[in-house]
Design a protein around this ligand. Sequence first.
Ligand code: SF4
Length: 317
Amino acid sequence: MYGIRPELLDEFPEQYYCLEDYEKVAAKWCPGCGDHAVLGNIQKLCRDEQLNPAKTVFVSGIGCSSRFPHYMKTYGFHGLHGRAFPVASGIKWRRPDLNVFVITGDGDCCSIGAGAWIHAIRYNIDMTVMLFNNEIYGLTKNQTSPTSRIGTVSSTTPLGSVLPPIHPIQTTLGVSNVSFVAQTVDWNPPHLYATLKAAYKHKGFSFIHILQRCPKFQSGLVDQYTGNKENLYLLTGNDGVELSDSMKASFKNKVEHNANDIYAARTLAEQPDRIYLGVFYRNPEARRYDEYGASNLGFTVDQKISALNKELDKFAV
Ligand code: SF4
């Protein structure tokens, strides 16, 4: 007798999603742009976690990386500059059953979107946030961004920028009710994938700072860190990113870190010349605003309409 034994059929899912189920069109980023690597690893994560494309949504602001939703065969919202966080918060608030991902760049998040960013951290709504930091405005062709280093020569600072940059990890760790903060790089696929996975698994606002190569306008920016150079450190210890032993061994520099200790995390973030890869901080107990949303409190549609009408009746004349 050939075929699958009937008793095994129960173990097979009704539908299995392949990589092709998440791939839409070829991305139009420049050759060598770090965004390609993140896209590939996110599609792999979606496949490995078997995320239903009809229940997954990617939300972005404006910038090169914010083209991301166009390349995913899921739902997407390519929104206004700096406004990915309120849109994503509204989606998760109303539809807690959806997998929500946010794509934002350094200009999008740390400049025009900074207010929304700070409050999204505090609200701690369950979403996976990827900040692509290439330290430049790439889409609008080479302007100094809030994360550009002192001395950055661009079309807006032709003699070199003069202000110290915003450090996204430091900033995020400084906000009350912060829940998950990690850092990775686009040129190390195993670490990038493991970090995306850890962030996705965390319930709450999972913030990943991704050092992203922009060969078009910031060529050479990360040369001091690629190839496992001296300044790159792998964070090891409890509640970090899960890596194979061989992957860990491939890092020359390692630092033992307790990811539950916010003071230790802030101390690491303040060291300017070192890049730490892994989970800086994780607090699964932080309050999540989406847990207090009407959908999660179990109100029926009729109850919601009745409550809304009651409120509106207060303004009746
Ligand atoms: Fe990527 Fe830079 Fe090209 Fe934008 S300009 S697509 S960030 S390489």
